[in-house]
Design a binder for this molecule. Sequence first.
Ligand code: DCP
Ligand code: MG
Ligand code: MG
Length: 491
Amino acid sequence: MSKPVIIALDWDAFYCSVEEHFDPRLRNVAFAVRQKGIVCTCNYAARALGVKKLQSLAVALKTVSDLIVVNGEDLSRYRDASKELWMFVRKMVWGGKVERLGLDELFLDVSDMIEYNLEFLRESQYDDFFFRLSRDDETGFSCTSAAVAGLYATQNMPDLTTEDGLRLILASQLCQHVRSRIFTEKGYTSSGGISTGKVLAKMAGAVHKPNVQTVLDPVFASEFLKEKDIGCIPGIGRKYRANILNSVYGSVDDVDASVDAIIRLVDETKLIGLFGDFLGKKIYHLLHGTDTTPVNPTPDIPTQISIEDTFGSLKTLPDVRSVLHELMTLLYERMQIDLMSFGTWTAHARTIRLSLRYRAAAYGVRTSKSDAVPSVIYSAAEKEEIVRAVVNKTLMPLFHKLVAEPRFDLALLNVAVVNIEKQPAFAEITGFLGKRQRVNDETELPKRIEFETEDGDDEDDDEEGYQTCEICGQRSLRFAVEAHRRFHEPE
Ligand code: DCP
Ligand code: MG
Ligand code: MG
């Protein structure tokens, strides 16, 4: 069995690109998109001037005093653009094997498209040939197998003399074609990564940005990974990084967190001891570039949407309430991404479920209770109000039904919506991306948002109540910080 061929796409400065579609004059200026006091992203012109993603707005304005700032708190236009781009790309991939990750990333499993086209390449004696995008008609594009389209992640290009190398070279041509169609037909630039797994493809795609694609032959995976901090491997992240470093060095500070160092010190057995069988093996493969998690095509409407968090120990009702508030906020945002199109709920979830695991319970043993999804979720009320209502009227009562005793000690909370049905009234709505908003040249660019911050150097704690954990860097709402801090405490 040959290895799968995966393309990862990530839209460049995504929220900025969406804003530029609404106001094309933004294309020519440095600007940032803000949410609360944070620059959630900025365009590449602003990055060239020193503005950074996820910087506090106060700091960004110190760097570029006349920075244009656009309010990005209403996610609906980003959600709609994201969905439209996903649908567009999905039509180009056989079997619709496209998985969405968040709003701006896609994984395409193009293995069978590449396999089929390898034959035509052989027929053409490994010369220029016609890449067929369809089995039934003659759509496709001319390409050459002699060179990689785009750049490569290490010093070496894929080996043209091996079948795996050839597959990646064909996939790079396909990726180029897909990206160029996205640009010409939808007006979005993207960065692409091409490899034999999702994680390697995603990491390769991040090497050269923006509007560039990068190939990584897995033969060079260990060379590619060896100097990287283990925390930048998607799927490891800060939490597991801290666990690994603490177990190896007894500290997370001033230690060698490179992949090379860690794989010398930690073998598979040790990782299984730290994280359990499933996660331990997964982390082992992530560190060795051999993760084989398949592309899981995102359905039009998911069967369930679920958000959870784990804790060292969660013991008090106020902590439970604050965690539920955080989880419900994330769940509501996910529901909006997955179940809304162009401002309309195209599907409703009927049931909401709260699950938990006691600290003393065996791994995988959960208890849960469900209730009807309250109608407030689909109302026009503000997010904060909706979340508060669901926590108070549905989730806390469910929690009390699940946990009758005054003393408890929890290791996991999960909130999910299930029983998701398409709204019968929903008719296909065509998108806005093809249309450019008419702009009156007389109108001015968006005014800089007047935004007062206490003198802006304190990036750790913003006035909206977020605080950054000094141990792992996670941003939590202030009321959740206590619960989060306890997570770091030794048991
Ligand atoms: N985003 C956010 N908060 C975060 C991370 C991202 O609101 N903590 C939003 C803003 C981004 C979008 O998600 O536009 C996609 O995130 P990326 O990390 O892919 O960043 P960009 O697409 O903006 O830039 P890049 O060109 O680096 O991919
Ligand atoms: Mg992006
Ligand atoms: Mg991204």
